[in-house]
Design a protein around this ligand. Structure first.
Ligand code: GDP
Length: 324
């Protein structure tokens, strides 16, 4: 009997083609681990741009830069943003003019924003600009902005509606969140590079990023959800033992009326995922996650350094190979 093998399934984790969906801090950590294990041509990192904003005449892309600096080995591990060893002379000088200094921009970090803004002013698309910045910093994996047009996240809070960075940095996430809003979603579409990365991926990995403000903006772009749904998709939980490692994810769950937990994250993505990885501390929730219609496994998911990032990435890829 003749057997037709239409596609040869990947035989090892290195052969897997992966599209990773990422925000900033949590996204960059897992992307770093994946980048250590996979050949650069087998990994694309699709990054949220809902956090982007204009500030002091510059285009700032916090999540893109966190991923870029992390993969370049230049991120500041203490703050989770900016460049390691950066100084703040320009910001201090701006403070003398009573100019706004609430958004911390280091001197070397400013070079990224200056050059990106200049290239965008010359008419270059954000995807191309990001590609040039990545090459200059020695990063070979494609870091793909989710779209080339603005798609800012607005936060509806008990203190009114505000821009994401005003909520996140200026108000330090203190206002209680009521809802999230993307006023420009009707004009936004994913770039051709994002579509191609999803269409050629064996696996889509949802990094442990904030589900509401890092992953949802990517998923709501036209055509993305359907494509993710047609692939093998696996998520790593950003909530451990009911809390976020960093940032407002758990607080946001509570404020929109959902008890924060790994299971709540799985439930948020239910219908899209074939696999879910929780932290070992949440092992007891495996059965509840499986009841949502996905395979589940528990491992240590804290990723302070490259060793842990590589270990989590290795597990994610083996889990994917097993589920393919
Ligand atoms: P942001 O845009 O900078 O807030 O970054 P992300 O949305 O990518 O990441 C924020 C999420 O990352 C938070 O919910 C954290 O709990 C999660 N996170 C950060 N570090 C880790 C880690 O080491 N392990 C896991 N599992 N989650 C993490």
């Amino acid at each position: 009997m003749i057997q037709f093998a239409l596609v040869t399934p990947p035989a090892s984790i290195k052969q897997l083609r992966v599209a990773a969906l990422a925000g900033g801090v949590g996204g960059a950590k897992l992307a770093h681990g994946l980048a250590t294990l996979l050949p650069p041509e087998n990994l694309s990192i699709i990054v949220n741009t809902g956090d982007d904003f204009e500030h002091l005449g510059l285009k700032i892309c916090p999540d893109l830069d966190t991923v870029l600096y992390t993969l370049a080995g230049r991120s500041n591990p203490t703050t989770g943003w900016g460049l390691t060893g950066d100084t703040f002379n320009v910001l201090d000088a701006l403070g003398c003019f009573d100019a706004p200094t609430w958004f911390r921009l280091g001197d070397c970090d400013l070079a990224t924003h200056l050059w990106r803004s200049e290239l965008l002013r010359r008419g270059m698309l954000l995807t191309k600009v990001t590609n040039m910045l990545s090459h200059a910093l020695g990063v070979r994996q494609p870091i793909l902005p989710m779209c080339d047009m603005p798609m800012p996240t607005r936060i509806l809070t008990d203190q009114g509606e505000m821009d994401f960075q005003v909520y996140f940095v200026q108000h330090a996430c203190r206002p209680a969140v009521r809802a999230f809003h993307w006023p420009q979603v009707g004009n936004a579409k994913p770039s051709a590079e994002v579509i191609a990365a999803l269409d050629t991926a064996d696996v889509v990995v949802f990094c442990p990023s904030n589900p509401f403000v890092s992953i949802d903006p990517i998923l709501m772009l036209p055509g993305v959800r359907e494509r993710v749904n047609s692939r093998l998709s696996i998520a790593v939980s950003p909530i451990l033992d009911g809390v976020a490692v960093k940032g407002p994810a758990a607080k946001m769950f509570s404020e929109v009326g959902i008890k924060p937990s790994a299971q709540a994250v799985a439930s948020h993505y239910a219908g899209l995922l074939k696999g879910f990885i929780l932290d070992k501390v949440d092992e007891a929730q495996i059965a509840q996650v499986r009841a949502l219609g996905m395979e589940a496994a528990a491992i240590p998911t804290l990723m302070p350094g490259l060793l842990e990032r590589t270990a989590v990435a290795q597990y994610v890829l083996e889990f994917a190979l097993h589920l393919l």
